[in-house]
Design a protein around this ligand. Structure first.
Ligand SMILES: C[S@@+](CC[C@H](N)C(=O)[O-])C[C@H]1O[C@@H](n2cnc3c(N)ncnc32)[C@H](O)[C@@H]1O
Length: 418
């Protein structure tokens, strides 16, 4: 069975199909450094821009794979979908090539949002376009964690076939042999150490958690500026005089403030712009104030020594175990909204992360390595990853999970079609 790999990237489709015994006969990828890497890893030099590829120059194949760029469809993106002039229309080139070659199967991958973007019109467009050239599309949303890999990363997998007499059998998604992220860490690896300031910051937060016993912590944040604060959560209708009776961040008195600028500077950064605490933070703000009221003297001492260099360092977003508040048994991610503490079982989705968002193993004072991240995509057997952590994480964050692909490829081999 032969396949082609469109929008090849790091080659998640290639690895998956190759592991299932297929042979790659063509690839295309826009980025020169990824093309170079693909040649080194797989011995095939990908063509460049798909829009310039002549379909007649592509060898015959049984399966066409296309992880078409997801930016125009992701929830974080601009939601332009098919109207996006740059990459939204790239799917038309997939259709053009499929129309000419009529492969037995088409396998596509994207963010699940591709099904609902623009009120589902893009998905309708895809279904209609493929129908016109003889294909019926089926889809399933699958995450690596469903197939035993500790990463949360829901993606929609789409399989198109010509005249199938029965539905495609999707891989079983109830993997019982569940590994945690901590289970897949390398004993020795080339990882970036955690910066000293962050090591100290985590130790400081842990010292607080160890001193105050919080009971059940469930999806709530400890918002340090609220320790001692009494200002109303919505002060849009209050005047300066009324505000002076309250205290701001860390309990500082607002009594002496002569202007709004002076007063706002003493309030937490997250309520300055709209003169109110956003709805999503309200629960955590109230919780933090109640914690402070029970542990005032311990927290006052602790707050004095907290590193307040970044606003986000003053918020601990607890998404970890409900009753075991030991940061060192968790995974940590520094996010713009706060320091996020995550359960160690499952890594957050590898996206094109900024270097600071790379998950941290606090018990080892280090970030996860590119090789460990590659394991989360089942691409760890690649001989070469992009140079440097930033490029590696970007490419891995864009890649399709090769294990899911392999399972789909295997099931395609036994799918009965007319
Ligand atoms: C979502 S990623 C797919 C990654 C791939 N499935 C993998 O496992 O690594 C989309 C890829 O399409 C490439 N791309 C974007 N526009 C392209 C174009 N016009 N022609 C070819 N490749 C393109 C991007 O550089 C990116 O590597």
């Amino acid at each position: 069975m032969k396949f082609i790999d469109l929008f090849a990237g790091l080659g998640g489709f290639h690895t998956g199909f190759m592991n299932s015994g297929y042979e790659c006969v063509f690839a295309c990828e826009l980025e020169p450094h990824l093309r170079e890497l693909y040649l080194k890893n797989y011995g095939i030099e990908p063509h460049g821009d798909i829009t310039k590829v002549d379909e007649k120059a592509i060898p015959e194949h049984d399966v066409m794979c296309a992880g078409f760029p997801c930016q125009p469809f992701s929830l974080a993106g601009k939601k332009k979908g098919a109207e996006c002039p740059e990459s939204g229309k790239l799917i038309d080139h997939v259709i053009r090539i499929a129309k000419h070659h009529q492969p037995k199967f088409i396998v596509l991958e994207n963010v699940p949002n591709v099904l609902t973007i623009a009120e589902g019109t893009f998905w309708d467009y895809m279904q209609q376009s493929f129908k016109k050239i003889g294909y019926k599309l089926e889809y399933k949303v699958i995450s690596p964690v469903d197939v035993g890999i500790p990463q949360n990363r829901k993606r929609v997998f789409i399989v198109g076939s010509q005249l199938s007499e029965e539905s495609f059998t999707w891989p079983a998604c109830n993997q019982l042999d569940k590994k945690t992220l901590l289970d897949i860490l390398d004993e020795q690896c080339d990882s970036k150490p955690l910066e000293h300031k962050k090591v100290e910051l985590l130790a400081h937060w842990q010292s607080l958690l160890s001193k105050i016993h919080l009971g059940k912590l469930s999806s709530v944040s400890l918002v340090a500026p609220e320790f001692g604060a009494t200002y109303p959560l919505d002060f849009t209708n209050l005047n300066l005089e009324q505000m002076r009776q309250y205290s701001g961040a860390y309990g500082v008195s607002l009594a002496g403030c002569k202007t709004w600028d002076e007063l706002l500077a003493l309030l937490p950064s997250y309520c300055r712009k709209n003169k109110q605490v956003a709805n999503w933070l309200e629960k955590s703000v109230k919780y933090s104030r109640s914690v402070y009221s029970k542990h005032t003297s311990v927290i006052d001492e602790w707050s004095k020594l907290l590193d307040k260099e970044n606003n986000s360092w003053q918020i601990l977003e607890w998404r970890g175990k409900h009753f075991e508040h030991d940061i060192y048994q968790h995974i940590v991610q520094f996010r713009a909204s706060g320091i996020r503490i995550l359960k160690p079982e499952i890594a957050p989705s590898l996206i094109s992360m900024t270097p600071t968002q790379i998950p941290i193993i606090p018990s080892q004072n280090r970030y996860i390595s590119a090789h460990e991240a590659a394991k989360l995509q089942n691409l760890h057997e690649l001989k070469n990853l992009p140079e440097g952590l930033v490029k590696s994480f970007k490419a891995l964050g864009n890649a399709v999970n090769a294990k899911i692909v392999e399972l789909i490829a295997t099931n395609l081999k036994v799918w009965k079609t007319i």
